[in-house]
Design a protein around this ligand. Sequence first.
Ligand code: ADP
Ligand code: MG
Length: 285
Amino acid sequence: MPVTSLSVPPLESVRRQLVGLKMARSLEVLDQIVARLEQKQLSALEAMDLLLAEELSTRETRRIRIALMTARLTQLKTLESFDFSFQPSLDRNQILTLAQLGFIERRQVVHLLGPPGTGKSHLAIALGYQAIKAGRSVYFATLAEIIASLLKAEREGTLASRIQFLTRSALLIVDEIGYLPLAPNGANLFFQLVNARYEKGAMILTSNRSFREWGEIFGDKVVAAALLDRLLHHAIVIQIEGNSYRLREHAALMPQELAAAATGAEPAPRRRGRQRKEQVRSASG
Ligand code: ADP
Ligand code: MG
């Protein structure tokens, strides 16, 4: 049923139609735009343009806010707020190319490797934000969170649907590989997820450990090899070799031997069976 009628004055009719169309922002700015129109500050066409632009930009802002929540990207980091000059080993152009999101179209895996505090999570989140702005779906979690959710789903008999859920987003960001020891069966469940996503969707993985430590991280060399087989196929490996941004003002307070372990500056003897995050060596890719 048309909401407009000849007996209704045009402004009131516009108002009713904006209500009918659920164009809340346009409705909000209508009077103001009409006033400017009457004062000849705007042409009719400019007024229409402004009315629609206000609605579109409000909707876009809301869409991005909801998508960020859905992606679990609550702590927003952007490429604009990343200081590339602090991290000279990082190829700025390579990161800006990633921000063009071709890797999502190609369903590639991006590995961000480096010591703690070098901006791995920041860059992963910033790329996730770029993807969301471009309308792609994103999901962010730490490896520990993903494995905990898979273990829970397995206990509850809903593993298949959990894996399906984690396979849905165009980009899955798995943060902090290698920080915490994995629960038994964790590696196996993560492998099932990686296998389900393989060549179906893009991933960004961040880690402070090198690939050769994956056997230790995942507690099983065979599973680690199978994981790497898939995660290094079509992969883009970015190695950050630098100082912690967190410690930029207090680097002197970090005990020397821990700092050396964290930056890989010193060829620390390989300690078997250790699952400590301090033991970080750069990966060769
Ligand atoms: P990582 O994940 O490598 O341990 P983060 O990305 O969490 O490190 O970085 C630690 C903190 O420092 C975050 O608050 C992050 O936003 C900030 N940060 C790291 N590197 C930079 C940088 N180059 N420019 C601006 N902020 C940075
Ligand atoms: Mg991190």
